[in-house]
Design a protein. Structure first.
Lengths: 121, 849
């Protein structure tokens, strides 16, 4: 399979309300894709992690609130699970409360035309 | 047991007896046997009336878990001592058993005095002292309509409250010409009487009960007739004697210890009786002709005796300050020092306000330089500072009247805690001085809770709590510790501060708010909090795209997320009233979408198991049938529960359903720091359980009683009476003001119960703000509420007609599929989510799905 064939179309950037997420079907998997925008309007980028919340055992992470928390490693962009509020790092998938609840990240890209794609595994 | 072990027997396990045990816990070389005549160990008699407010015997217990399992302690319940053989040093029990002792402590307490009235032994004639007495009162209360308390003192009025709480027509009969003769003067007594009568308790002073006979009433309404010396009579179903206490000194009598002429076991300054091996403490002890009927002097005696046993004694018992502050039937009453002005040459300052129902008197020395005593009725907020002034001989200010005159805006009042010496006793119940508090604060007890736990201050009667808080705040301020109540790392403001900043600054989106008042990007703590503030301030539709990213998933999808990622749907059913047609619609919708249905505690119907993509269609059907959003997903008004009221119920006195619907429709959709629950009961039987709600309304013959800040749940709290017998319009006005004041000042996720408990001044402060308009805020609060009411719209009705919003209701952005992880099984004829185990079993092919 070529590399291009492994990329799945998610949606257009404008389809994601700033600082929210959407769930995308990538093959049989579910991926949570987030669009993060700073308060002054600067685009920070698109992030993709598993949609499945290991702790709650439910596909809900795309519906979490996005935030930024200060940790020992500095400020971290996170999403808070809507079920039990565990925080997952958008860049690494690491759960701040318990490593066991960490999730996988997905390669994601946003084209100049605003098209968002996630690479299947 | 070694030879050096001291055998100590303590007779009585009341509050004072138990304090002695607590003081002795952990002392080596002691073998302590405690004889308790009652079937349960020590409990809190000071808060006995709370038994009728829902507390259980366990709640009132003073015994820490495992206390009597400590080595050296033996507790014997139902064990009555009948004699003391002082020559052989043995206590004789009722069954003949003899218990040897080296030292003996009598902590036998007192018994209720029942005057020699003919007929006092009739069925339903009771006393008020033990939990068994309370159980008897409850038993008789259930089959009575009218109840009488004989005795208008402190205990009598508490007892009257208990009868009132049981829903009885309540009377207080007092021999003296006024209520609370010991604590208040004539004018104070008059005001107290007026206030208590306004609460619906009939007061009969100057009545000498001669006889209790058969009232001729069959069943309720006149089981007994009380005949008075003036020829009048009163019909009643039950009578509680609360005419004072007498010391339990019968053991001392049989054992030949010296007693007072009018009873009481004589003790010296060491609390020793006439036998040097025997101490007596608490209400059974007579010191210099005085019996102390309060718990604080009893605790002093207990501490003193414990110190002697431990060999650390130096102090002596030197009498006690009998100042008290109480809330009787909701009326604040306080008495300090020489309240009656018995000191020769003493002078008075008086302030009386019949309109507000406040009476205050200062008794000062002949030279007007020192405070000797005070009486406060209706407003006892100044008790703590006046007491300290009297106890510590702090010189009166140039204008002593300023201490009791209502404070004028901006004027400083009372005395700062900084003026108090370290020796000043702040908590007299537990003997905690200002110095003790300061030391504990320095040692790290920097929250009110930690300070109470560490020093025990304010843990008995609680009267000193405001003062303890003042000391804490003053000390923290001095040491430079900032009291932080910041929302989160992004906002260095409390919710209350942020609310004001947003209201003044006019910011209307989260981004504007964080740029103006915060830093960084926000988080899942501050985003919903700001969303709630924006909704409360501007009532903009929560679905507007600019608010979308700061809403919790529940507010984003206008439904309650469940553990499997499905949502539940709760249509509003105002007041719990619903037509058969609407019931059928709910049933049909549930059937069409295969939802699990359950009746909620708030008289609504909850539909579970809806997938996110199903929500618009479900609500389309509900809205078409006339339903509105129930806001079960929001930090907002949930339900107004009601009983059926006077329309159908033979006991109802007002139309509770109509009122509940009116209230629910007024406050629906209102966003607040946390959810708000309300209820309306149509009579005092309180079937709607309004006293466990944030706002509770109970019908009276004359109108409505408004209760606020109640809570069920994890930490139940009874709502407190904000206003009595108000008409419909006043009721709504007061609820408007109360809610808006809470919304403005509440902390994030703080229910009204916690809010009021953390508010300095508590209910009395709220009363001042929303009833007396002390902050001049009422017009503004009402206007804010009017604005909210005028701009209400059903969020679901708006959502299903807004294509932009409807876009969000799908599971996948790039596929129309449903979430395959959501799976149900059948249980009792409905769906329930599959457990993780059940899903795995299917995946592994063990079970066919």
């Amino acid at each position: 399979m070529t590399d291009a064939a492994r990329w799945t179309f998610v949606c257009h950037r404008d389809d994601i309300v700033p600082n929210t997420g959407v769930a995308a079907k990538v093959g049989a998997a579910q991926v949570a894709v987030f669009r993060v925008v700073a308060p002054d309007g600067t685009e920070d980028g698109i992030f993709a992690i598993d949609n499945f919340d290991v702790r709650a055992q439910a596909n809900v992470l795309s519906r979490g609130l996005i935030g930024e928390l200060t940790t020992e490693q500095g400020p971290v962009l996170v999403v808070a699970s809507p079920i039990y509020k565990n925080h997952l790092c958008l860049k690494t998938g690491r759960c701040l409360e318990d490593e066991a609840w960490s999730v996988k990240t997905w390669a994601v890209r946003c084209g100049d035309d605003g098209t968002i794609m996630v690479r299947g595994s | 047991m070694t030879d050096t072990t001291l055998r100590l027997v303590v007779i009585g396990n009341g509050m004072v007896g138990h304090k002695l045990l607590e003081e002795l816990a952990g002392t080596p070389g002691l073998d302590i046997t405690v004889l308790c005549e009652e079937p349960r160990p020590a409990y809190d008699r000071v808060h006995l009336s709370e038994f009728f407010g829902g507390k259980t015997a366990e709640d009132l217990s003073l015994v820490a878990p495992g206390f009597f399992e400590q080595p050296g302690f033996t507790l014997r319940l139902d064990a009555k001592a009948v004699d003391i053989d002082r020559t052989t040093r043995q206590v004789v029990l009722a069954d003949g058993e003899r218990l040897p002792y080296d030292r003996l402590v009598l902590a036998t307490g007192s018994y209720p005095f029942v005057p020699a009235v003919t007929g006092r032994d009739r069925d339903g004639c009771l006393v008020y002292r033990t939990i068994e007495d309370l159980e008897a009162m409850r038993h008789w209360g259930a089959k009575s309509r009218i109840g009488v308390v004989i005795g208008g003192g402190l205990l009598g009025l508490e007892c009257a409250k208990a009868l009132k709480d049981m829903g009885l027509e309540t009377h207080v009969v007092e021999f003296a010409p006024r209520l609370m003769t010991v604590q208040v003067d004539d004018m104070g007594g008059r005001l107290l009487r007026r206030k208590i009568e306004a609460l619906g308790v009939a007061v009969h002073t100057g009545r000498n009960t001669l006889e209790i006979t058969d009232g001729g009433g069959v069943g309720v309404g006149g089981r007994h007739a009380m005949k008075f010396a003036d020829g009048s009579q009163l019909l009643t179903d039950m009578i509680v004697f609360s005419a004072g206490i007498r010391p339990r000194d019968e053991l001392a009598r049989t054992a030949g210890l010296i007693r007072g002429e009018r009873g009481g076991i004589l003790i010296d300054n060491q609390c020793k009786t006439s036998d040097p091996d025997i101490w007596a403490i608490g209400e059974c002890a007579l010191w210099q002709g005085k019996i102390f009927g309060l718990v604080a002097p009893g605790y002093d005696m207990a501490r003193l005796v414990a110190a002697q046993i431990k060999g650390t004694a130096k102090a002596e018992f030197t009498g006690a300050d009998m100042s008290t502050k109480l809330k009787l039937l909701g009326v604040d009453v306080a008495s300090i020092g020489d309240a009656q002005g018995a000191t020769p040459g003493s002078l008075n300052y008086l302030f009386s306000d019949d309109v507000a129902g406040v009476y205050k008197k200062l008794v000062v020395s002949a030279d007007a330089k020192t405070l000797l005593g005070a009486v406060l009725v209706g407003d006892a907020d100044d008790y703590g500072s006046l007491l300290q002034m009297a106890l510590n001989g702090i010189p009166l200010p140039a204008q002593p009247e300023s201490l009791i005159l209502p404070s004028v805006e901006g004027g400083a009042k009372g005395l700062g805690v900084d003026l108090l010496p370290a020796s000043a006793s702040i908590c007299s119940c537990n003997n905690v001085s200002k110095g003790d508090l300061c030391a504990a604060i320095e040692g790290g007890a920097t929250s009110l809770g930690a300070l109470k736990k560490c020093t025990k201050a304010a843990t008995s009667c609680g009267g000193c709590l405001p003062l303890v808080k003042q000391v804490l705040d003053a000390e923290l301020k001095k040491s430079g510790v900032l009291v932080l109540n910041h929302l989160c790392e992004h906002f260095a403001h409390s919710r209350q501060e942020l609310f004001h900043l947003v209201k003044l600054g006019g910011q209307k989106s989260f981004d504007d708010v964080i740029l103006a008042h915060g830093k960084g990007r926000g988080c899942d703590i501050c985003k919903p909090a700001v969303a709630s503030i924006l909704a409360s301030c501007w009532n903009e539709h929560v679905l507007k795209p600019k608010h979308a990213a700061v809403q919790d998933t529940n507010d984003y999808f206008l439904a309650n997320i469940q553990k499997d990622g499905t949502y539940s749907v709760v249509p509003r059913i105002p007041g719990g009233e619903i037509t058969p047609d609407k019931l059928i619609v709910i049933g049909q919708v549930a059937k069409d979408y295969g939802l699990y249905t359950k009746i909620t505690g708030g008289q609504r119907i909850d539909l579970f198991g809806a997938r996110v993509e199903q929500l618009p269609a479900i609500w389309g059907a509900l809205v078409a049938a006339g339903f509105e959003s129930g806001h079960a997903y929001g930090k907002s008004l949930r339900t107004v529960k009601s009983c059926v009221g006077s329309t159908w119920c033979r006991y109802g006195v007002q139309d509770s359903v109509t009122m509940a619907i009116r209230i629910e429709e007024r406050y629906r959709g209102l966003r607040s720091p946390h959810k708000i629950k309300m209820a309306v009961s149509g009579c005092t039987r309180e079937c709607a359980e309004a006293q466990s709600k944030d706002v509770g309304v109970i019908a009276t013959e004359k109108g409505w009683n408004l209760y606020v800040a109640g809570n069920g749940g994890m930490k139940p709290r009874h709502a407190e009476l904000l206003a009595a017998d108000v008409d419909d319009e006043t009721l709504i006005k007061l609820i408007d003001r109360f809610l808006m004041f809470y919304i403005r000042t509440g902390d994030r996720l703080q229910r009204t119960a916690t809010w009021i408990e953390n508010l300095e001044g508590g209910l009395s402060y709220v009363k001042k703000v929303v009833i007396d308009d002390s902050l001049g805020l009422c017009a503004e609060l009402e206007a804010d509420m009017a604005q909210q009411v005028a701009t209400y719209e059903c969020e679901w009705k708006r959502a299903i007609t807004t294509p932009e919003t409807l876009k969000r209701f799908r599971h996948f952005v790039n596929a129309a599929d449903a979430d395959s992880n959501i799976q149900f099984v059948d249980e009792r004829g409905q769906i329930r989510p599959k457990s993780a185990l059940e899903k795995r079993a299917v995946a592994a092919g063990e079970v066919t799905p």
